[in-house]
Design a protein around this ligand. Structure first.
Ligand code: SF4
Length: 266
């Protein structure tokens, strides 16, 4: 059901604090790695975080959070803690990056799969390593392998676009300082294509029948579309007009128009 709301009806969703924080921290790390290796210092990353924050000040993902001054300061401290932890995890001057925020696209049958790789680098043997920054909590050990299944998608993209499978995929959890690594293999990459084909068949069937079923879980608490979800007594068709209107009202409320801005003199 959520897939219909977000990917088929393409309804806007209010920004979330965690997502916006993640986007800004990713941008700060991208800026750090644009610098020559010797200049990648903690002070440089502070500057890059300030730049990233400034870039997002007028972005709907920031504005829509509606942060007041205290809240904005707390938000910035949360970002600072994440970038500070980064330096306890690796030495960026030793990284041999060959791509940042790489957008890749590959075909599976008549589908195009697209993804963005945070950082692609070479190890000492010239093998590819994919690094993915995570700003959320790391998975518990019970769920670790399950949560890693999706990252083999990056290996699939590299294999299709660059003709080489990465030797390693690293997930850096900046919230805890943990790094989880997985070695992709032929089977894990092949699984991406079989699973994609199966999911796409299910999507096509649902589009024909209109049968997009809700599947409730703990994640419903974080779902922007809950009020229109049949599992919660809502009407999905009403979301088509109500969700864009709610989003526009949110931005209008959080982002004062020029005539609402009060200037304080003296
Ligand atoms: S509220 Fe739950 S079941 Fe309904 S669309 Fe959202 S995630 Fe799916």
């Amino acid at each position: 059901m959520q897939f219909r709301f977000s990917s088929i009806d393409k309804l806007p969703e209010p920004p979330g604090r965690a997502t916006t924080r993640g986007t800004i921290v990713h941008r700060a790390l991208e800026l750090l790695f644009i610098r020559p290796a010797a200049q990648r210092t903690p002070a440089a990353l502070d500057t890059d975080l300030a730049t990233a924050l400034a870039e997002y000040r007028t972005h709907p993902d920031w504005v829509g959070l509606g942060l007041d001054t205290d809240d904005a300061a707390a938000f910035e401290r949360e970002c600072s803690r994440l970038v500070e932890r980064y330096f306890t995890m690796e030495d960026p001057t030793a990284v041999r990056e060959i791509g940042l925020e790489l957008r890749m696209e590959a075909a599976v049958g008549n589908l195009s799969l697209r993804g963005i790789i945070d950082r692609l680098e070479l190890d000492a043997n010239g093998e590819l390593i994919v690094t993915d920054y995570k700003t959320g909590r790391p998975p518990s050990s019970n769920y670790e392998q399950k949560s890693l299944a999706g990252v083999h998608f990056y290996a699939f993209l590299c294999q299709e676009v660059l003709g080489r499978r990465p030797a390693l995929i690293r997930l850096m959890y900046l919230s805890s300082g943990e790094t989880i690594e997985t070695v992709p293999n032929e089977q894990s990459v092949r699984f991406i294509t079989t699973r994609t084909a199966a999911v796409w068949n299910a999507v096509e069937r649902a589009c024909v029948t209109g049968d997009f079923r809700p599947r409730t879980s703990r994640l419903c608490d974080h779902c922007s579309f809950q009020r229109w979800c049949p599992a919660f007594g809502g009407d999905p068709d009403q979301a088509l007009t109500e969700a864009p209107a709610a989003y526009a009202a949110l931005l209008d409320h959080a982002w004062p128009r020029d005539d609402q801005v009060v200037s304080v003199a003296g």
